[in-house]
Ligand binder design. Sequence first.
Ligand SMILES: *Cc1c(COP(=O)(O)O)cnc(C)c1O
Length: 422
Amino acid sequence: MGEMDYKCLRNEDSEVYELVAKEGNRQLTQINLIPSENICSEAVMESTGSILTNKYAEGYANKRYYQGNEFVDKVELLAIERAKKLFGAEHVNVQPNSGSPANMAVYFGLLEYGDKIMALNLMHGGHLTHGCKVNFSGKLYNFIEYGVEEDGFLDMDKIREIALKEKPKLIVCGFTAYPRKINFKKFAEIAREVEAYSMADISHIAGLIASGVHENPIPYFDVVTTTTHKTLRGPRSAIIMCKESLGKKIDKAVFPGLQGGPHEHVIAAKAVAFKEAMSDEFKVYSKQVVKNAKVLADSLMSEGISLVSNGTDNHLILIDLIKSLGAKGLGRDVAIALEETGIITNCNTIPFDPSTPFRPSGIRIGTPFVTTMGMKEQEMKKIGQLMALVIKNYQDDEVKAKVGKEVKEIFSCGLDSNVFKA
Ligand SMILES: *Cc1c(COP(=O)(O)O)cnc(C)c1O
């Protein structure tokens, strides 16, 4: 896939090579609407595949526990400097290996076990690490939840009331399945009012924030965490940004609190991604991500498909299958039907879902991946029509076969992508 030819892998281990090649082909020939996925650049992949993987560098730049860090220190400092510039952050830790451990480090650094954290109900769009009962977060901390309203939007006055009553130590916003803009300023104000720490987990929308398409929470919040592989289009990883005054606590929580040696090859890839995200091309890309999501949402709705909150402000759309089909728990069946036609989505709970997380009543989709592929409004409109057809006829093999053919045609038109070269 791409311009990487995996020559050594092919010669040495044909079993793994075959699987990588097949996955590459799958990524190129299906319509991937998973909102948390993207296609990173070849420069990012070369960095994650670089010799930096050979180096141990426990500690922080100029304070390592091993020698030989002359160049690795420079890589890590460059990543920090670029992240600070990109987001306007005071302090950045680029060592977390992924989004979940980044959030764990924040809780570990700022709180005691059993402390009260206020976060969005998971069924309404919160993340696993925001208090799921089977996750470390739900087991070690006392989570209090807020939810969205019947219309799918957050009501900031109600959230303030809960905060005043519960007096949490930390208030978390930033979500996994919320299609609307977040009132960051108000969240931070509420946290200040109740003397809680404020944290925004911008994993999903970091790219939209970096490019100025969505508001930047950094000025308001004590801590902002983000993954780097979603809308930000970097390597699979994460960073923590915070106020200077909390820097020591956060750094100590990451190392030695939770991790050993940092993955310097991935840190290099993060530095590359931050540089890419500062470019004009990335701003154009981010705007197109949101434009595409709006067109896709409108296309679905005009075909009679209901969406949570009736639309989207970001890269993500949540389809309400109860309102669309009049039955609960069909998310998995519909997602499988869509996959049969070459459209990849994920089933998801919707707010007030009467079904279970394993058989949820919604489908979550998004546009970061297909936008990187070069798809625009025209393709979005078509995909919305095809999806609606499958949703309404998810058990009809004839319809699925017909849609499958049309999905292939979308690719045969030739896409104008400058990131992903087949
Ligand atoms: C994706 C995501 C994470 C976790 O990221 P992983 O890298 O999968 O651990 C954390 N928080 C939010 C809001 C996310 O969307």
